[in-house]
Write a protein that binds this ligand. Structure first.
Ligand code: ZN
Length: 400
């Protein structure tokens, strides 16, 4: 029998407002003490932190702890399921409205719709090749597009867009933004020069099992779907790369959202990506790992707060990118190394790409917003989110 969808009616979505360093420290500790799955990291700029609070005892105890530390919070949604239903309804309306074509601007699509569209755009178009880098744990193809001007025969540098490693960020703009950028590369003649200079590898959904599961069973699913000890499912693919595996920022308990798996590349999805990237070794001019949310433009390292050797270059490129974003939409993105900007995280794709695959220009982006909607960004914002991201990326490409 198909698994019953998880119901979030008894979950509240709350927004927490840390005001000083002590509250920030308390908030981080409560996160692990009460096993709260914060949607965004408590950061020194004191931005609000979103989290779901379960209806059970542990949720009530968490709220008591916040009160004891005098940390303010407000309830964004008393019944989180209603918020999910509203998101789903808006998306279904758009799906019906744009039934005759694949809407890139304002609709989140299912895995099957995405595969069909990728195959369609690659048919009879010499600029686009559809491919699979391998199969997911549950046997789904892990798709990618290669987009370039094949009339230019000189060897080109490669640009990689890695999206959808975390399932619940589907939009959450990661997958939707990747698709939008692929579409603009293919259809907008303004990008012709880019296609003469570069080969783009666009990976819209690196974690298809998680993507499907987050659509059909548990909207908040983040990890892969492979079996783990204790009857648990999935590893965090962005902790599963062979780079300081299992160190800072991982959880040993397989029920944890940052559980790295039993060993590096235990997940077939990360292994497939690594093989693809290694096949382009020495050729990759820039690598973008696209996540949501928090409005951050980050670079290595995640595993340590020691800056990488070409720190100055990455900082300069990041400045170009965040300036371009601000000029496009007015939104402010913070920049810096992962470890210094959010938290230490080992085994991430960009640390691995940087240290083991020879890519020296690598970024991890957290797209909009800063916590108004968080993971439940309305589909009507896809276009704006993708437009500003593309502006930031083009600013970097212009410097390469
Ligand atoms: Zn992510």
């Amino acid at each position: 029998a198909p698994e019953k969808p998880v119901d979030y009616s008894s979950h509240k979505l709350i927004k927490i407002f840390p005001k000083n360093v002590k509250q920030l420290v308390d908030l981080r500790r409560f996160g692990s003490d009460f096993k709260m799955d914060y949607w965004n990291a408590p950061m020194p700029d004191m931005r609000p932190v979103l989290t779901l609070v379960p209806g059970e005892k542990i949720g009530a105890e968490f709220l008591v702890a916040l009160n004891k530390s005098r940390i303010g919070f407000e309830v964004t949604a008393d019944n989180f399921q209603k918020m999910l239903n509203a998101e789903r309804d808006e998306n279904s309306r758009n799906l019906r409205r744009f039934r005759s074509f694949f809407d890139y601007q304002s609709t989140y699509h299912s895995y099957d719709e995405i595969i069909a569209e990728l195959q369609r755009v690659s048919t009879n178009n010499s600029k686009v090749v559809y491919n699979s880098m391998g199969k997911s744990y549950e046997g789904r193809q892990i798709p990618f597009l290669t987009i370039t001007n094949t009339d230019v025969k000189e060897p080109k540098k490669t640009i990689v867009f890695e999206c959808g490693i975390h399932a619940r960020e589907w939009v959450r703009v990661s997958t939707a933004t990747c698709l939008w950028m692929a579409n603009t590369l293919i259809t907008d003649s303004i990008n012709e020069e880019l296609l003469k200079k570069f080969e783009f590898i666009v990976i819209p959904s690196l974690n298809p099992d998680g993507y499907v599961y987050s659509h059909t069973v548990n909207r908040m699913w983040r990890k892969t779907r492979s079996p783990q000890r204790g009857g648990q499912r999935g590893a965090d693919p962005n902790r599963n790369f062979d780079s300081h595996f299992g160190q800072a920022g991982t959880q040993l308990d397989p029920s944890g959202e940052a559980y790295p798996g039993v060993k590096p590349f235990s997940e077939v999805e990360t292994k497939a990506l690594a093989n693809l990237v290694l096949s382009k070794r020495g050729q990759i001019a820039a690598y973008f790992a696209i996540h949501s949310f928090s409005q951050l433009w980050m670079y290595p390292y995640g595993y340590t707060s020691v800056p990488p050797p070409n720190y100055a270059q990455l900082e300069r490129l990041s400045t170009r990118a965040v300036d371009a974003i601000r000029a496009t939409s007015g939104l402010v993105f913070n920049k810096g190394t992962i470890a210094r900007t959010i938290y230490k995280a080992s085994g991430s794709s960009i640390d691995w790409a940087y240290d083991s695959a020879g890519c020296k220009v690598v970024f991890a982006l957290e797209l909009r917003d800063k916590g108004q909607y968080g993971f439940i960004l309305p589909p009507s914002q896809i276009r704006s989110a993708a437009t500003e991201t593309w502006a930031g990326i083009k600013a970097v490409l212009g410097e390469l």
